[in-house]
Design a protein around this ligand. Structure first.
Ligand SMILES: *Cc1c(COP(=O)(O)O)cnc(C)c1O
Length: 402
């Protein structure tokens, strides 16, 4: 039982609505028909709680779910017994058996990934082509994936008829999909199409071709025709992999999207799925000239009323928000006063009438007319909403609401 008044509310209906909104846009961007969607639930569903979010996304129609590791994949398998689960950051030593046992589909690119999976499959006496993997192509991100060229052909040769491994998918990752009209995405797409052609020329027939995160969906532009054609020629399904947008945050695009089609799609309508809340645990008045918090970084320049929140940076509230951030109390913004401690934070509530112990406080979310989004906290701390959401720590319970 969680009794400490710090919690995150996760709204099921918003997660489902965001998924359906992305589905609607994905349908509109494909010239060839249906584009599949992989719902990314890595890092505990971006801090929202994978065990709640993954089954909802699968029920809503997600074709795949994407996790980062075999460990996360095992957790996803428990709550999504039938789903296709992609492990997006490769397999590590000692994980091949678990990957096969939980029917996970790993992304692979290093020779040792293939060696380990082959060895585990042979040890289990599995027949040829029974263990599916997706091969990532490094088209310019230089993070993971096989680089095009000789290296790629050598890797593709490993999927011969006698191998227990089957090339079920080919993927890449774009480095700057939020830049509309970006040269990077165009060049990466061209390299990806060339790699898919190498795959086809060796007679391999992967079922899935995928690339692109939230930005590629939300920009609402038609997919590269060359990519659609390359996938169609293989008889493969093209797939996009949104993450952040499922949780209600559209990536910031370099300019307003120009939307396809005669009827012009409206901008993606997404609602933040998570609200982060606490309650006032204590109140005090301090006089002009008195200080608050460690290192006396807050000095009262008027008679000041301070409210104590029983949460701090150990809950994921970035210490850089000290004297910079704010929270909502009785529909007003109350600034953070002094340095955020590990487990305590103070707010200046001088201007908020009738504040009382037990009042609900919103760190992320809406109260009355005011709202605070993960973007606001990210802007104040020099980061991105992804990090703000992932950093809400494990000791903050996630409450599932409709
Ligand atoms: C995280 C991730 C995504 C999703 O990215 P968003 O920007 O959150 O939509 C897609 N593909 C891969 C490979 C990822 O690692």
């Amino acid at each position: 039982m969680h009794t400490r008044p710090v919690w995150a509310e996760i709204y099921r209906s918003r997660l489902t609505a965001n998924y359906l909104e992305l589905r609607r846009i994905a349908d509109a961007v494909s010239a060839q028909g249906k584009v599949a969607l992989l719902a990314v639930v890595k890092a505990n569903a971006y801090g929202h709680g994978m065990k709640h979010c993954a089954p909802l996304l699968v029920e809503s129609g997600a074709d795949w779910i994407g996790v980062t590791s075999v460990e996360e994949g095992g957790q996803a398998r428990v709550v999504c017994p039938e789903a296709r689960i992609l492990v997006m950051s490769g397999v590590w030593k000692g994980e091949a058996d678990a990957a096969i046992e939980h029917c996970l589909t790993p992304i692979v690119w290093e020779a040792f990934h293939l060696d380990m999976l082959e060895e585990a499959a042979r040890r289990r006496g599995l027949p040829p082509r029974s263990v599916p993997v997706h091969l990532e192509i490094d088209t310019g991100m230089s993070r993971q994936g096989v680089r095009s060229g000789a290296c790629l052909t050598e890797t593709l040769m490993r999927f011969h008829a006698g191998s227990p491994l089957r090339l079920d998918g080919v993927a890449t990752h774009f480095s700057a999909p939020e830049v509309l009209d970006g040269e990077d995405t165009r060049e990466q797409t061209a390299r990806f199409v060339a790699a898919i052609e190498s795959v086809a020329s060796l007679g391999l027939r992967p079922a899935w071709i995928h690339a692109g995160n939230s930005a590629l969906v939300v920009r609402g532009e038609p997919l590269a025709p060359s990519l659609e054609v390359a996938a169609a020629r293989l008889g493969a399904t093209l797939m996009l992999r949104p993450g952040l947008s499922l949780y209600g945050y559209a990536p910031r695009l370099s300019e307003a999207p120009r939307l396809p089609g005669p009827e012009q799609l409206p901008l993606a309508k997404l609602s933040p799925v998570l609200a982060w809340k606490s309650r006032i645990a204590s109140l005090r008045n301090i006089d002009i000239g008195e200080y608050a918090g460690y290192n006396s970084t807050f000095r009262a320049n008027r008679p000041t009323r301070l409210a104590l929140l029983p949460m701090g940076y150990a809950d994921g509230l970035n210490r850089l928000l000290s004297n910079r951030g704010s929270a909502l109390v009785r529909g007003h913004r109350a600034p953070v006063a002094g340095n955020i401690s590990m487990d305590q934070t103070m707010l200046d509530v001088t201007e908020i009438p009738e504040v009382a112990i037990g009042d609900e406080v919103v760190l992320i979310g809406t109260q009355g007319e005011e709202s605070i989004r993960a973007y606001d906290l990210a802007d104040l701390t020099g980061t991105i909403p992804y990090e703000v959401l992932c950093n809400i720590s494990a000791r903050v319970p996630r409450l599932l609401l409709d």
